[in-house]
Design a protein around this ligand. Structure first.
Ligand SMILES: Cc1cc2nc3c(=O)[nH]c(=O)nc-3n(C[C@H](O)[C@H](O)[C@H](O)COP(=O)(O)OP(=O)(O)OC[C@H]3O[C@@H](n4cnc5c(N)ncnc54)[C@H](O)[C@@H]3O)c2cc1C
Length: 466
């Protein structure tokens, strides 16, 4: 079922803080459902970024939104993942992403550039009627009051924007989350990994016989070392190659940087001695690197919405991902698809608490387990030499030789849950089974307790964004 095929009976004002992948995706689905949406993004469209693995659960949403032809134009279909040794470059094994198995998930495994995803979503959102203010920062967020339950935000322009609902899509270092969770910045602590992201022009790689196959292939190779790994893949339909270097604690490189996608560092700042010469040449071709430090945030967060039920979190703001993880964009777009589907059923503001409750119930466990899987996979390919790394390599070698279609399907059982998921269907199923009966729920005082706890008489909470 397409995620945005219905116009809501009650159409309301949404303010989205942050116009990254999650913010633009939710702006699109809400505007397509007839709501009035304004997005505030502190940066412009032309900012440095790298590559994304677009797994089937995400590609099926993008295909619904932009169609097969446009999706094919800006992506490369991934046929498999070869594993290599980072130091020697030696081949270890191969995991094929077989079309027949992918087809069962309802999507494809694609390789794309962050910037291409952003541009596609920006076009969708603005053409659906959303207003996107670029180069504008939200400097303060205000909860509602008794007189005016609507939340508002102060912008760097001095303007104060009020909406019926405010969505915090402002990334891992979210200021909206600080208000919702009451999370102090010092609650987050370094998580033991620094990510370096680079992109190399395909024309440079074409000149080097050892690098040419990387950009011409349809693969997502992973190079495994001690406390560090490199993965990369073609982007911009093979016009360039993006890579991530994951440097874990114990690596020759010191941990550093911020939890941010804004820090550009010279390519020479990455120590290259642990890489095979082919990779050293690849990295040197990148004009600069983005440095992003992984931070662990407060665990056990119970609510993604504030007590007024007018402010809600989405994407990395709700569930900060492991930077460079395979599923970070997918989880944010799934969040958006779920919220968009729910709010296409809006008839009265009384439904909002049950929509938010359903949203969190559908999303929280999934995002948390997927994030943990990303982290575990990153550690698996950065093991120091020893029996565990040997056992991993043996398993990977066996994989290449032994897997037939049947074995592959069995291996996929674990990840079928991730790849086969359809966010729009999940939200629609909730609506059919529960949501449409919510008149009963709304008249049940117990169900309303969550939002009634907020005392409009006393509270006007606001938070300053730096
Ligand atoms: C510029 C950029 C490049 C990235 N490149 C990669 C990459 O190459 N590979 C990868 O795997 N992941 C990358 N990511 C991260 C990845 O896109 C996210 O982890 C994932 O898509 C979830 O997206 P999100 O929208 O929840 O958060 P984000 O992508 O972090 O988006 C949050 C947005 O909110 C904006 N924002 C924050 N505070 C404010 C404020 N006060 N006012 C207004 N706007 C605000 C930020 O500028 C940002 O655009 C990148 C993120 C960004 C922002």
């Amino acid at each position: 079922m397409p995620t945005v095929s219905r116009t809501a009976i009650l159409q309301i004002d949404f303010l989205v803080v942050g116009g990254g992948i999650g913010g633009l995706a939710v702006a699109y689905v809400l505007a397509a459902a007839g709501h009035r949406v304004r997005v505030i993004e502190k940066r412009g469209l032309d900012v440095p970024s790298g590559g994304h693995r677009v797994t089937p659960n995400l590609s099926k949403i993008l295909r619904q939104w932009i169609g097969e032809e446009e999706l094919t134009r800006i992506s490369t279909r991934c046929v498999g993942t070869p594993w290599h040794d980072l130091v020697t470059g030696k081949y270890v094994g191969f995991l094929p992403w077989k079309p027949a198995v992918m087809a069962e998930t309802g999507g494809e495994f694609l390789l794309m550039h962050h910037d291409d995803i952003i541009r596609v979503l920006y076009k969708l959102a603005t053409e659906a009627g959303a207003r996107v203010d670029l180069n504008t920062t939200v400097t303060a967020i205000h909860q509602g009051t008794n007189a005016l339950p609507n939340p508002s935000a102060t912008l760097s322009t001095g303007e104060v924007v009020t909406a019926d609902i405010l969505i915090g899509a402002d990334g891992a270092k979210s200021k909206v989350r600080e208000l919702v969770f009451d999370e102090e910045e010092e609650d987050a602590e370094p998580g033991g990994m620094t990510l370096y992201t680079g992109t190399v022009d395909g024309a440079d790689m074409e000149k080097d016989p050892e690098l040419r196959p990387l950009v011409q292939s349809e693969e997502w190779p992973i190079f495994m070392g001690a406390y560090r790994s490199l993965c990369g893949h073609p982007v911009r339909a093979k016009g360039a190659f993006s890579f991530h270097v994951y440097s874990h604690e114990g690596d020759v490189q010191e941990q550093g940087g911020e939890e941010s996608w804004e820090e550009v560092v010279p390519t020479s700042s990455l120590k290259l001695d642990a890489f095979t010469p082919r990779l050293q040449r690849l990295i040197k071709f990148s004009p600069y690197l983005l440095r992003t430090r992984f931070y662990k945030h407060q665990q056990g967060v119970e609510e993604w919405m504030d007590e007024t039920c007018r402010i809600v979190l989405l994407g990395d703001a709700a569930h900060p991902s492991f930077p460079g993880g395979t599923h970070c964009a997918g989880m944010a777009v799934e969040d958006a698809a779920v919220l968009g589907t729910l709010f296409s059923h809006l008839r009265t503001m009384d439904q909002v608490p049950s929509f938010f409750g359903a949203y969190q119930e559908m999303r929280q466990r999934r995002c948390s387990s997927v994030n943990l899987a990303d982290l575990a996979n990153a550690k698996l390919v950065a093991m120091p030499p020893g029996p565990q790394a040997d056992a991993r390599n043996e398993n990977m070698m066996r994989t290449a030789d032994d897997w037939d279609e049947g074995t592959l399907k069995a291996q996929f059982e674990d990840i079928a849950e991730i790849f086969g998921y359809d966010a729009g269907d999940a939200a629609e199923e909730w609506w059919v089974n529960w949501g449409r009966f919510s008149d009963d729920i709304r008249h049940d005082p117990l169900q309303q307790q969550q939002c009634m706890a907020f005392n409009f008489e006393t509270s006007t909470v606001e938070i300053e964004a730096s």
